[in-house]
Write a protein that binds this ligand. Structure first.
Ligand code: GDP
Ligand code: MG
Length: 264
């Protein structure tokens, strides 16, 4: 209810979608697809790029970290390697993030969604103070959903699948925001197997036991942990390349956002 809304959260819209995922899972390509879907469906989007090291963006961003910090100069100035350069750039940008949220707030009445792309290497965003600042700044003003992009073809391997889910699990507990798993690249491999593994941990168990390299007692314990975790998740199968599943993706985002509003 509005009376118990935190801080200055007064509007149900826009819904902020923070796109997170392992390098190469397809975050930037998915962003491009989401942006183009919004423009064809007459929804109003606001787009942020928080990857300082991206060479070229396949979508146009309203706010681009690269306009504020030059990652190559940051590397030189602070004598850093690529990861340190990205992290420091993000830290520099995070110190001004209240201004960014202010810009979004000023436009809030005209927006349906705010889309946020994050650096290629996931841990730079999820395990840094600046990532937490960005997430917290949005979540205190707008309904905010974290989308964890999964490389579905790679996750056919049950151990890879489990590693990915454990990582997503950490993000759920760290952010305490609604988490939507976006099983991407379904043009290559359908995500049905993943839904089955999440619905029935014995099916997953059977798949892991076929993998002789893995300790089955550990996996049995982890299955039970993950089973509890899956109950708190939504999922959608998407293809950033073909556009398959994007309608359902937004439907799941809206459900997550409703859930978010109800929790206040
Ligand atoms: P990011 O590092 O998570 O931002 O990933 P990118 O968006 O840069 O994508 C990594 C690679 O995956 C690129 O070669 C993309 O073309 C490819 N890719 C992304 N989404 C899809 C998809 O839905 N289907 C297929 N087949 N490839 C995809
Ligand atoms: Mg990217």
């Amino acid at each position: 209810s509005a009376s118990s809304a935190p801080g200055n959260m007064v509007h149900k819209k826009p819904v902020v979608i923070i796109v997170i995922g392992m390098a190469g899972s397809g975050k930037t390509t998915l962003m491009q697809r989401l942006v183009s879907h919004l423009s064809t469906s007459k929804s109003r989007g606001y787009v942020l790029n928080l990857d300082p090291a991206v060479m070229s963006l396949p979508f146009s961003a309203n706010i681009d970290i690269r306009d504020t910090v030059n990652y190559k100069n940051v590397m030189k100035e602070y004598h850093l390697g690529p990861n340190g350069g990205i992290l420091t750039s993000l830290n520099l940008f995070a110190t001004k993030f209240d201004e960014v949220v202010g810009l979004v707030e000023a436009r809030a009445a005209d927006l349906d969604y705010v889309l946020v792309d994050t650096p290629g290497q996931i841990e730079i965003f999820t395990w840094s103070a600046s990532g937490a600042i960005v997430i917290e700044a949005f979540a205190s003003c707008f309904p905010t959903v974290v989308t964890y992009v999964v490389d579905t073809p790679r996750s056919v391997n049950p151990v890879t699948f489990m590693s990915n889910m454990l990582y997503a699990c950490g993000i759920l507990y760290k952010t305490r925001l609604p988490l939507l798993l976006a099983f991407n690249k379904v043009d290559v491999v359908k995500h049905q197997f993943a839904v089955e593994w999440m619905d029935d941990f014995e099916a997953f168990q059977a798949a892991v036991e076929g993998d002789s390299s893995y300790s089955s007692s550990l996996s049995r314990s982890l299955c039970l942990v993950l089973d509890e975790f899956y109950k708190n998740l939504s999922n959608a199968g998407v293809s950033a390349v073909t556009g398959e599943g994007i309608e359902d993706f937004f439907h799941q985002v809206d459900k997550c956002a409703d859930e978010y509003m109800e929790s206040y």
